[in-house]
Write a protein that binds this ligand. Structure first.
Ligand code: ZN
Length: 364
């Protein structure tokens, strides 16, 4: 209904003269300054897209570097390219762009969003996230053009959300306020948005989620890896506990855990995978957001190679409190002598954490 209202109002909006209102609106958002500047460049259509560079005779090729079938306009880059559409769809905003909503007129596009979110309690948070997603799309486009690093749509969405949360937390709001002020497009979207900060979140339909963690007992020269695979309705697929009789750094262990997790499901039926853990450097390395540190470079490369065997793999960093089951499994590995997999009856020592993960999904 809001979408219809927004569309109607769009028709009433004058395409000229509104840019000042739009810029004031963006300037008033609590987002990173560099992202405000980026949106300003979008608003004035001065982003160096391939089409723009071609018109300035800097480039000969005006086509989209990702899909290769359309001209790379701002509208195509940020809204229409198939990868971009997937990013919006799998983001917490769950946005699908109607055909007549284009970025050809930035002020109309922005006013459409303002009206779409107007009746929501935290509408300005949604607008913030829109800016972070645009920024993440631009960065991922550049990573592809300049470094040949292909980021998958769920990863791009995750990176946008992570950067937005990171900045919001830095604004010094108590965590509870942050959790309650996450974007809310609809009730369905809300149920998918609120959890990332405070608890484990089910993967989207068609995906499975592998939570991984590592544990060490340095004095005993032992380490353990824990992996749990769960479905979009929160059901456990398998649990794997792997003891190691060596004690590398936590970062190396976390990277090994990701590789083990991918290997565990390599020949299974699930082809869309989210791997989630709480070692930020490992996930930033896997997503191409940073150069992998030397000690995990080979393992990161292995993980990227393994991910090519799936339809999509998303590497996602989460706070430790969202990774309780994997933590328990890794801890258990410190007390066993051989790797063990459970795929039917699951041990009672991990069910408590699992129940608290899914408890609010299925209240007892
Ligand atoms: Zn494209």
């Amino acid at each position: 209904m809001e979408k219809h209202k927004a569309t109607r109002l769009l028709g009433e909006a004058s395409s000229s003269g509104n840019i000042h209102h739009v810029w004031k609106s963006i300037w008033g958002l609590h987002i990173k300054r560099k992202i405000q500047h980026f949106m300003w460049r979008c608003a004035h259509n001065i982003l160096p897209t391939n089409l723009a560079l071609c018109q300035r005779k800097v480039l000969a090729d005006p086509w989209c570097p990702r899909c290769g079938v359309e001209l790379e306009t701002l509208d195509h880059l940020l809204l229409r390219c198939p990868d971009s559409q997937l990013v919006w769809k799998c983001s917490p905003l769950r946005l699908e762009w109607p055909p007549h909503i284009t970025l050809d007129c930035f002020s109309e596009w922005w006013q459409y969003l303002e009206h779409l979110f107007a009746s929501l309690e935290h509408g300005d948070k949604n607008l913030q996230l829109v800016c972070y997603i645009c920024w993440a799309l631009w960065k991922s486009r550049n990573a592809w053009v300049f470094s040949q690093i292909r980021q998958l749509p769920p990863s791009i969405s995750s990176l946008a959300v992570a950067e937005w949360i990171e900045f919001s937390v830095a604004l010094d709001l108590p965590p509870r306020d942050q959790a309650s002020s996450l974007p809310s497009v609809s009730t369905a979207a809300l149920s998918h948005v609120s959890p990332p900060i405070t608890r484990w979140l089910c993967p989207p339909c068609g995906y499975i989620k592998l939570n991984v963690d590592a544990s060490t007992r340095e004095r005993a020269f032992r380490a353990g890896i824990g992996i749990v695979g769960r479905t979009s309705v929160g059901a456990i697929l398998f649990i794997k506990s792997i003891p190691l009789f060596t004690c590398p750094s936590p970062r190396v262990l976390e990277a090994l855990a990701v590789r083990e997790a991918l290997q565990q499901v390599l020949f299974g039926q699930h082809r869309n995978i989210i791997v989630e853990g709480d070692a930020k450097v490992v996930y930033q390395s896997l997503n191409g957001a940073m150069q992998p540190p030397q000690d995990i470079a080979v393992i990161v490369q292995d993980c990227r190679t393994l991910s090519l065997s799936f339809n999509s793999v998303c590497f996602s960093f989460v706070p430790r409190l969202c990774n309780g089951v994997a933590h328990d499994i890794a801890h258990h590995a410190l007390s066993i002598d051989e790797a063990r997999v459970w795929d039917v009856c699951f041990p009672s020592w991990c069910l408590h954490s699992h129940q608290s993960d899914i408890g609010s999904l299925y209240p007892l």
